[in-house]
Write a protein that binds this ligand. Sequence first.
Ligand SMILES: *Cc1c(COP(=O)(O)O)cnc(C)c1O
Length: 395
Amino acid sequence: MTNWPELESKYYMQTIVRVPVTLVRGKGARVWDDKGKEYLDFICGLAVNCLGHCHPVIVEAVAEQSRTLVQTSNWYYTVPQIRLAQLLVENSCLDKAFICNSGLEANEGAVKLARRYGHLKLKGAYEVITTMDSFHGRSLAMTAASGQPKMHEPYVPLPVGFINVANNDIEAIKSATTEKTCAVMLEPVQGEGGVNVPDDDYLKKVREWCDCKGILLILDEVQTGIGRLGALFGYELYGIEPDILTLAKGLGGGMPVGALLAKEKASVFTLGDHNSTFGGNPVTSAAACAVLKYVIDNDVAGNVKKVGQYLMEGLEGLKKKYSFITEVRGRGFLVAIEFNSDIAQDILMACLEKGLLVNKLKPSAIRLIPPLIIGNKEVDGAIGILDGVFSGIVG
Ligand SMILES: *Cc1c(COP(=O)(O)O)cnc(C)c1O
C-alpha cells in the first residue's frame, strides 16, 4: 500500500501541518481514508462543503456543465455566471456581483473597489481599517489586512494601506479613522482568528461610524456567508447592511468559487478595472448556483439555527462535565471549544482515532464547522465521541 505522507514529503512543498490521514472518498457528513476507516466530518473542507460531500445537486450541476462548456474566458457572456450573479443579488442587499475563485481574491477585489471609491469620492483616501485576529487570506495584501503579527513577520515588507486595530472596539476604529481612510473591513464573526463573536451592537456602531464618515463597510463573509451562522448572510443577524460583501468557502459547496458584491453606490469599477481568467467559469458557477438554490429552497440556514442550538446545548453539557473546558462559543455551525491548556492537538488526535474530524483552531482550542445539512443524529454522534475523548483526559 502506498505511503502517501512519505510521497507527499518528497514532492510537495512543506508548508502545511497536516493531520496524518489520507482521505479518498466522502458522502454526506462522512469521509473515508485510504485504509477504509470512516469519519464523521466536522471540518467539511474547512467550512466549505456546506451540503456535505458529493451532494447530488452539486455532482449533477458539475457533471452536466462539464459535458456542456467548461471555460471560455470572460471576453464572452456565459449563462451560469450571469445566473449566479442574479441569484446573489436577488437574495442579498447588494446590487452588483463579480465572481472569482477564492476568498482572498474576493477580498483583494473588495479592497481594489474601496480604493477606486477612495480615488473617485474621498479625495484619494486608500487606507482600510481591519481588526486584530482577523483573517482575510494569504496574498501579500490580504496578509497585511489580516490582524495577525505571526502571519506578517515572514513576509515583511508588506503592502501599505492596512491599519489593524483592536477587535470588537468601536473606539479603536474611530481613533484610527483619518482623511486617508476609505473603508473598514470586518468578519461578522472572526473565523480563523479564534471564532470571536462580537458584542451584539458592535456591527451596528461600525455601520453608523462608516455612514457618519462617508467611508465604506466591507464585510468579509467568506466563512460566515451561505448559512453558516444560521442566516443566509451573517449581516442579517446583526441588523445591518454592508456596502461591499465577500463570499467564497460555502458558496461552491466544494468547488473553488468566490464572489465580490457591492451596493450600487460602491460599485465604481468601470470597463477594464478588474478581471479574472477563471473567475465565474461556467462549471464553478453552475455548482454555486446549485448550492445557492438548494440552500435557499430548503431553508438550510434555518436548519443551522435549529441544529446549531442543539449542538451548543450538547457542548454546554460537556463544559459542565469537564472542568478543563473553559468556554464554548460561536454561532450556528461555527463553534469553538476552548481548553485551559494546550491540549487541542491531543484532542484532535484522540477524535481522529475515534472517527471524528475536528479542526485545531489554536493550541488551546478546537473548532467545529460541520456541513450545514446535518441533523441532531450527527450532533449526537459528535458529542458522544467528544465525551469519550474528554473522559480520557486527565485535566
Ligand atoms: C478562509 C478565509 C479567507 C481566505 O479564503 P481563501 O479561499 O483561502 O483565499 C478569507 N477570509 C475569511 C474570513 C476566511 O475564513
